[in-house]
Design a protein around this ligand. Sequence first.
Ligand SMILES: NC(=O)c1ccc[n+]([C@@H]2O[C@H](COP(=O)([O-])OP(=O)(O)OC[C@H]3O[C@@H](n4cnc5c(N)ncnc54)[C@H](OP(=O)(O)O)[C@@H]3O)[C@@H](O)[C@H]2O)c1
Length: 259
Amino acid sequence: MSDMKGKTLVITGATKGIGRATAEKFAQNGVNVAFTYNSNKDAADAIAAELEEKYGIKAKAYPLDILDTDQFKPLFEAIDEDFDRVDFFVSNAMIYGRPVVGGYGKFMKLRPKKGLTNIYTATVGAFVAGSQEAAKRMEKIGGGSIVTLSSTGNLIYIENYAGHGTNKAAVEAMARYAAVELGEMGIRVNAVSGGPIETDALRAFTNYEEVKAETIKRSALDRMGTPEDLAGAIYFLCTDEASWITGQTIVVDGGTTFR
Ligand SMILES: NC(=O)c1ccc[n+]([C@@H]2O[C@H](COP(=O)([O-])OP(=O)(O)OC[C@H]3O[C@@H](n4cnc5c(N)ncnc54)[C@H](OP(=O)(O)O)[C@@H]3O)[C@@H](O)[C@H]2O)c1
């Protein structure tokens, strides 16, 4: 079993959903956690305090807007002040609501210069900018692991999901390129592609009830996915047990994609 104690995870968007569950999974295993929030500062500070109290690790929340990728450099500089190393980076945060107008919707309603571009920035741009900063730190300690979130909406049709689905396909491809070029630094790069997971992001879907019912129907396990289901796969990819896995996408979908 790999010893994760004393290592540091940097993860974007850990105020709730998959990010929150992932931060907790690492903390449970003795990993210090630097994570970001966008609008929910109070929730983020409460989570940091809770993780420190429950698991005896160091946890701290930092503000970040993934639509402004210039913020990653000062973010990591701030993390350098508080943490002595960066071992893992998880690119998880995602935009929803107003910024995705023109990006979340039917094909004929897509607006390349508005929502679609925002989704690209939030998905591929944020992965690139965050991974570049993380890799500089990982190189200094002889390696690390980077994971980006993806979604099975790039493999199967999900209504209104063209903007997200295409950008998830793009970030998986970008992760493979990064894996090849960062391998010489001892850094592994992978994607976790989730089927529909019960979170606020999914509840924001206009056809949420339909997606939920369809997911349960299609799942070989007869249930919806939970944030913890993805956190386990993300954690595994960061352990030594995954030491020969790089440039891959692991699909974690309860069997929904094949059915
Ligand atoms: N839910 C699913 O069905 C599903 C399936 C497969 C993959 N995924 C992927 O998993 C990841 C997490 O999704 P989720 O469902 O867990 O989402 P979520 O529960 O809605 O959480 C989104 C997170 O992103 C942050 N965020 C929102 N806008 C931001 C911005 N402009 N800049 C920086 N951070 C921002 C939020 O921070 P604040 O709360 O502070 O605003 C929050 O922490 C996403 O990449 C998503 O595409 C989700």
